[in-house]
Design a protein around this ligand. Structure first.
Ligand code: HEC
Length: 124
C-alpha cells in the first residue's frame, strides 16, 4: 500500500506530528512532573534539603545551599539547578536520588523543563 504523498511529507518534516507543545505551561506541564517525581520528598511535610516543589511560588523561592542559589534562572536552563540536577549524569548529585529507586526523568520531561525555563519560566 502506498502512503498518500501528503502523509509521507508530514513524516519527513522534522518536528511534524508528535512534538512538544509550543508554549509550555507551568500548571499543565511542569507542576505535574514535579508532583510525580519530586514532591514525595519535597513537599511541606518532608522538605528534603529545605526544597519544596508543590507550587510555582515554592519552586521559585526555594534556594540551594550553600550560596542560596535559586533553582530556576529564567531563560537559562543550563544554569538552572532544577534542570541541572535532573539532567546530570553524575549519580551523586542527580534528582531523584539514585538510592531512592525512583526512575530518572525521561528525556521528554527534561525537554519540557528546559523549554519552560527558556520561555521565561512563567507562572502560566
Ligand atoms: C526519594 C526522595 C527524593 C526525591 C523523589 C527527590 N529528591 Fe531532591 N533531594 C532529596 C534529598 C534527600 C535531598 C538532600 C540532599 C542533601 O542535602 O545532600 C534533596 C535535595 C534536593 C535539592 C537541593 C540540592 C542541594 O544541593 O541543596 C534540589 C534542588 C532537589 N532535591 C530537587 C529535586 C527535584 C527537582 C526532584 C524531582 C525531579 C527531586 N529533588 C526528587 C530527596 C529526593
Amino acid at each position: 500500500m502506498r502512503l498518500p504523498a501528503i502523509i509521507l511529507i508530514a513524516l519527513l518534516i522534522p518536528g511534524c506530528g508528535k512534538k512538544a507543545p509550543e508554549s509550555i505551561s507551568f500548571r499543565d506541564h511542569i507542576q505535574p512532573i514535579l508532583n510525580t517525581r519530586c514532591t514525595s520528598c519535597h513537599g511541606p511535610q518532608k522538605a528534603e534539603g529545605k526544597i519544596v516543589l508543590v507550587s510555582y511560588d515554592a519552586l521559585m523561592t526555594s534556594r540551594i545551599l550553600p550560596g542560596k542559589k535559586p533553582l530556576v534562572i529564567p531563560s537559562n536552563h543550563v544554569q538552572s539547578w532544577l534542570y541541572i540536577l535532573c539532567a546530570t549524569d553524575q549519580p551523586h548529585y542527580r534528582m531523584p536520588p539514585d538510592t531512592s529507586n525512583r526512575s530518572l526523568l525521561p528525556k521528554a520531561e527534561l525537554a519540557l523543563i528546559a523549554d519552560w525555563i527558556n520561555q521565561g519560566a512563567k507562572n502560566n
